[in-house]
Design a protein around this ligand. Structure first.
Ligand SMILES: [Zn+2]
Length: 241
């Protein structure tokens, strides 16, 4: 065999070994993530109840991977209201445990592995909101008629889910002093909806806990341009209860 033939064989062998190793690692990571979630779901729910002073109504179904036809950003979860199901991403994720899978995920993702507990805490926020909606005789939330209403509700809804994640996991999220939420619904970015949303609902939930979330569901926001006003209105309404 010529020298280039030997080199070619060597490259193919190295590539095959790397591929098999990464396949093995991903399979192991997926298995350990599933085990962590299924073994700890009840205690994660309990931790939310204790820290946030709320009562969850039961627990959601958990599925790993996304439903057919659903595309999501890598490392994000998805809550499906009609079936009370949390879909968790497969991939390079870590848990709070110290084990080989977490080390492999960190190495293979170059330190950018996503934290499955963060994702689960966020999605449990959506589960909590869904159960509150179901407890109401009238669902005022899920009947948006304009894009503006839909976006304003996304800010509050994702803000609440982020509140669950950030509070449970002691995550720092400071907003720059110059930050202000866009008033045009077409200008909202993912940052505005998630981080901006969190800062919008935080002072209200800090003070009123579950009552704040009930207030949001009973009084859905109608426009992105009025969100600051909406925050003040919520604080005033809840303070006089
Ligand atoms: Zn969400």
């Amino acid at each position: 065999m010529s020298l280039s033939g030997v080199m070619k064989k060597c490259i193919i062998s190295t590539f095959t070994v790397a591929l098999l190793t990464s396949f093995y690692a991903q399979t192991k990571i997926n298995k350990d993530i599933e085990l962590f979630v299924m073994n700890n779901l009840e205690s994660i729910i309990e931790a939310q109840e204790n820290k946030l002073g709320i009562d969850h109504k039961g627990s959601p179904r958990i599925i790993f991977g996304y439903p057919d036809g659903y595309t999501a950003h890598d490392g994000s979860g998805f809550y499906h209201d009609p079936t009370d199901t949390i879909y968790l991403p497969k991939g390079l994720a870590i848990t709070p445990e110290s084990n080989l899978s977490n080390k492999l995920a960190e190495i293979l993702s170059f330190g950018r592995a996503y934290d499955i507990l963060d994702i689960l805490d966020h999605e449990l926020g959506h589960f909590y909101i869904d159960k509150i909606k179901e407890s109401k005789s009238e669902n005022k939330w899920d009947v948006p008629v304009t894009y503006d209403q839909k976006q304003a509700r996304s800010v509050v809804c994702e803000g609440v889910a982020e509140y669950f994640k950030i509070t449970l996991n002691n995550i720092e999220t400071n907003l720059s002093e110059n930050y202000s939420m866009p008033t045009d619904c077409f200008e909202l970015t993912t940052f505005d909806i998630y981080v901006g949303g969190y800062h919008l609902v935080k002072p209200i939930i800090d003070l009123y806990g579950s009552a704040a979330i009930h207030y949001f569901i009973d009084n859905p926001p109608n426009s992105v341009k009025d969100l600051k006003l909406y925050q003040n209105k919520a604080l005033n309404a809840l303070s006089s209860k």
